[in-house]
Design a protein around this ligand. Structure first.
Ligand code: 26V
Length: 840
């Protein structure tokens, strides 16, 4: 049966002629379109994109199966990354580059008279995340596969991802993100992989034959979870891992119940409602809202994933459930999946019949938890009442975990009732609530923060008591970003300059960038580096002109702040600097300062009033400045609409200055800061999150640090911070605040920005914008000074690139693998003998 082997070779071939034939075949037989121009059924670029994606997916599929087979046969320890968000972005070019197929595919497309760039842009992006936490999960998937680690992502297949943002009259307007409209060519729908998820109902207890107390969760309203699998290729294309996302499907029970009653409409309605569960990503990463649908989403994907993991464990491996922690590690991406802890307990107790102590030991050794924020308002707590109604069996287990835990605490600290109250998993004040972060800590063997300062603050502030109770549990693992997407893919010009200088090994070993250091003193290299930056700015300018009709001057400094809009990230401080510059230029039109183009972008949570008003302020300030001829040759402001992964990939390579200006102690890590450093931008930033480590790596002379330290901020508020002191002490700041507060930028509605003025001056300026203003302006003039000398600027920028190797997510993932998961690489053997046997 050699024809089967030929078939395999054909589907795996990247011979250009074979690719062309495959493209045509896919267009005809999978998409159902005619490659010859016909009327009235037009063949569009999207059709060709879909065909292309399928041809590529075909060529990842065997490697993917080989990878899975290798893990299974090797019976290796594996890690499951549970995350409510995977902010992947577009896949086509990334996978082509990782697989090493780009040139062949590009040639095939061109020889067929098409343009790869046009096809590439037809792909909708997978925006299944809010921001940093979701994008980190996507970088981790890339690194796990590149490091040949047996790692699996588990999440939700939202039908609507992060909303699409448009700006109308300066205001943010949200529209649903219909990314699946034209289908998703990357996923495999596993119509046979289903798990049943229980909700509501009640719990019955009885004694089993041995007199053990047993629980049954009865009369539940169930939803089915159906799997969709997406192959995740690592760099080099050897290891291809799997991301499994769950979609909600109605059970057949509904059919029985209502169809038999003859109520067809009701039956379909109930069916639809149960499938709503996985419809939409929650777009608010600011405040925990305690919404029932959110808890249902969390439990739905957690229960499906754990059932799936246990099934995989029983099929492979040792079969003894006690061995679970030796073969499986599960990482909780923030508290969102932390209901996994009582859920695993439920499966072990109720389904496997284990006794409590055994089950608890297995659970703690299996889980670990990453915290991503110190903001108290973002910490999840669920009303006991809600849990009681929705997941009654889990609430009982949480109570029991709490009982055991608090008993241990009182044994260790007899009489410290206040400690017991503080660390209880149940917050008894003002309506009883379950504290999910505490549950995650108690049920994990490792808890990590995402940058040095963050991990330190975690242990001295929000989790202080727990750090004392479990000193060995808390560790730091600083975040990273994947150099494949964030340099090789998004910045081809810089990537190729680097490769010409030091070879291509940096792509899978970013520490190699160190070899660029000597070139920072090579004038010819600096000229080339500047030419690359200039070319990137020109292509951004062209794109912005085409899409928005806005002119950006590529000779200006591109001063870029892109991230979610949040008070703590202080986009206001940025805009206050812009207004100050505007005032200085108006007062002195001949002022000698380098031209700046200030670019901001980011989404505000739909319910976050102040953040939305900040967007409006940025746009109103931009209108005023951009239409004032006396300043417009020196200063330009642009708010980039709909900031997402694709736009980030366009903005980051062109940035000269990276704005990382959160109040010290508030940004857990930041990852945009790393991406911009890697792409040769200089950072202006506070000593917050990973900025601190960026400074350590690049050197203090190659970064612009300003503002109060976390400790000084703490002191400031402890002593009683009065923003009015700063208002009166600085005339320029006063002028800015008065202009904003009195309608200079909103003549038709002078009170529009009063809420911002009030937040700062009457509400205590929670994020110390006023206190850091002066120091920010000093740093900004240092930036101007350096920018006047392109060679000196380029030298520092090159040093930033050369010293950014630490911020690869490969390094991060290797730390998780060795310090938490204890998983090791599984090197692909390239052995396809199994398949050959089958073919023969
Ligand atoms: C919180 C919530 C609250 C409930 C509703 C939905 C929702 C969605 C997301 C979040 C988490 C926000 C936390 C977050 O994204 N943290 C960011 O994590 C990055 C990766 O570690 C880090 O670089 C950023 O500094 C940090 O803000």
């Amino acid at each position: 049966m050699s024809s089967q082997r030929d078939f395999l070779n054909e589907v795996d071939s990247t011979d250009v002629e074979v690719l062309k034939q495959a493209l045509v075949n896919r267009l005809i037989y999978s998409i159902g379109k005619d490659p010859v121009e016909t009327f009235p059924v037009e063949t569009t670029s999207r059709d060709w994109f879909l065909a292309l994606a399928q041809v590529l997916r075909d060529r990842m599929t065997l490697r993917w199966m080989e990878t899975m087979r290798g893990y299974y046969l090797g019976n290796v320890k594996r890690v499951y990354y549970l995350s409510m968000e995977f902010l992947i972005g577009r896949t086509l070019r990334n996978s082509l580059l990782n697989m090493g197929f780009y040139d062949e595919f590009n040639q095939a497309v061109e020889e067929m008279g098409m343009d790869m760039e046009t096809l590439r842009l037809m792909e909708e992006e997978a925006g299944l995340g809010n921001g940093g936490l979701g994008r980190l999960a996507a970088c981790f998937l890339d690194s796990l596969a590149t490091m040949h680690l047996p790692g699996f992502g588990y999440g939700i297949r939202y039908e609507y991802g992060m909303f699409s943002q448009s700006i109308e009259h300066g205001y943010q307007i949200e529209r649903p993100d219909t990314w699946l409209r034209y289908g998703n060519p990357w996923e495999f729908a596993r119509t046979e992989v289903f798990h049943r998820i229980q909700f509501r109902g009640h719990v019955a207890a009885h004694r089993d034959e041995k007199g053990q107390l047993r629980h049954q969760w009865l009369d539940t309203e169930d939803v089915m979870a159906m799997a969709f699998d997406t192959p995740i290729p690592g760099f080099g294309g050897q290891t291809v891992n799997n991301l499994r996302l769950w979609a909600a499907r109605a059970t057949r029970d509904f059919d029985l119940k209502y169809f038999n009653e003859g109520n067809y409409i009701k039956a379909v309605d109930v069916k639809n409602r149960s499938e709503n569960l996985s419809k939409v990503l929650y777009p608010d990463d600011t405040t925990e809202m305690g919404r029932e649908l959110r808890l249902r989403q969390e439990y739905f994907f957690v229960s499906a994933s754990l059932q799936d993991i246990l099934k995989g464990f029983e099929v492979g491996g040792s079969h003894s459930i006690e061995k679970l922690p030796d073969e499986v590690a599960i990482q909780l991406n923030d508290t969102h999946p932390s209901i996994a802890i009582p859920e695993l307990m439920r499966l072990l107790l109720d389904m496997h019949g284990l006794e409590w102590g055994k089950a608890w030991d297995i659970t703690c050794r299996t889980f670990s938890y990453t915290n991503h924020t110190l903001q108290p308002e973002a910490l999840e707590t669920w009303p006991v009442k809600l849990m009681e109604a929705l997941v009654p069996r889990l609430l009982l287990i949480i109570y029991e975990i709490n009982q055991h835990f608090l008993r241990d605490v009182s044994n260790r600290f007899p009489g410290d009732m206040d400690l017991v109250r503080r660390v209880s998993l149940i917050d008894e004040e003002g309506g009883r609530r379950v504290r999910m972060a505490y549950l995650a800590i108690v049920g994990s063997h490792k808890v990590n923060g995402v940058a040095k300062l963050h991990s330190e603050l975690m242990q001295t502030t929000i989790f202080r008591d727990f750090a004392k109770l479990f000193p060995d549990r808390f560790i730091n693992i600083t975040n990273g970003v994947t150099p494949r997407r964030w340099l090789n893919h998004s910045n081809p010009a810089l990537a190729s300059l680097i490769t010409r200088a030091i070879g291509s090994e940096w792509k899978a070993d970013l520490s190699r960038l160190k070899q660029l250091e000597p070139l920072a003193d090579d004038p010819a290299f600096l000229r080339e580096f500047l030419a690359v930056k200039r070319a990137n700015k020109e292509s951004l300018a062209e794109l912005v002109k085409k899409r928005h009709g806005i002119e950006l001057d590529p000779t200006a400094m591109f001063d870029t702040q892109i991230k979610r809009i949040h008070e703590y990230k202080r986009q206001l401080l940025n805009i206050f600097h812009v207004i100050t510059r505007y005032n200085r230029l108006r007062a002195n039109p001949n002022l000698d300062c380098p031209k700046r183009c200030v670019i901001l972008g980011g989404k505000a949570a739909p319910g976050y009033r102040i953040a939305k008003l900040i967007i409006k302020l940025i746009n109103d300030v931009a209108d005023t400045i951009n239409s004032d001829p006396s300043v417009s040759s020196k200063l330009k402001v642009w708010f980039a609409p709909n900031y997402n992964v694709s736009l980030a990939m366009e903005l980051i390579p062109s940035a000269d200055l990276s704005e990382q200006i959160s109040m010290a102690g508030t940004e857990a890590s930041g990852t945009g800061n790393m991406k911009m450093t890697l792409n040769g931008a200089l950072t202006i930033g506070t000593l917050d999150g990973a900025n601190i480590e960026i400074r350590e790596e690049v050197g203090k002379d190659n970064i612009f640090i300003f503002g109060k330290t976390a400790e000084q901020i703490h002191e400031l508020f402890r002593r009683g911070y009065n923003p009015w002191d700063y208002y009166y002490a600085n005339a320029e700041l006063r002028q800015v605040l008065d202009m904003v507060g009195n309608g200079h930028f909103s003549k038709e509605d002078p009170l529009r920005f009063r809420p911002l003025f009030d937040e700062l001056l009457h509400n205590g300026d929670r994020y110390a914008v006023l206190a850091d203003y002066e120091s920010y302006l000093v740093a900004q003039s240092e930036v101007d000074g350096l920018f006047r000398n392109p060679e000196a600027w380029a030298r520092k920028a090159v040093l930033n690139v050369a010293r950014s190797g630490y911020f690869s997510s490969d390094r991060t993932i290797n730390e998780y693998a060795s310090r938490i998961w204890e998983v090791a690489p599984v090197l692909p053997t390239g052995d396809i003998s199994v398949l050959e046997e089958w073919a023969d």
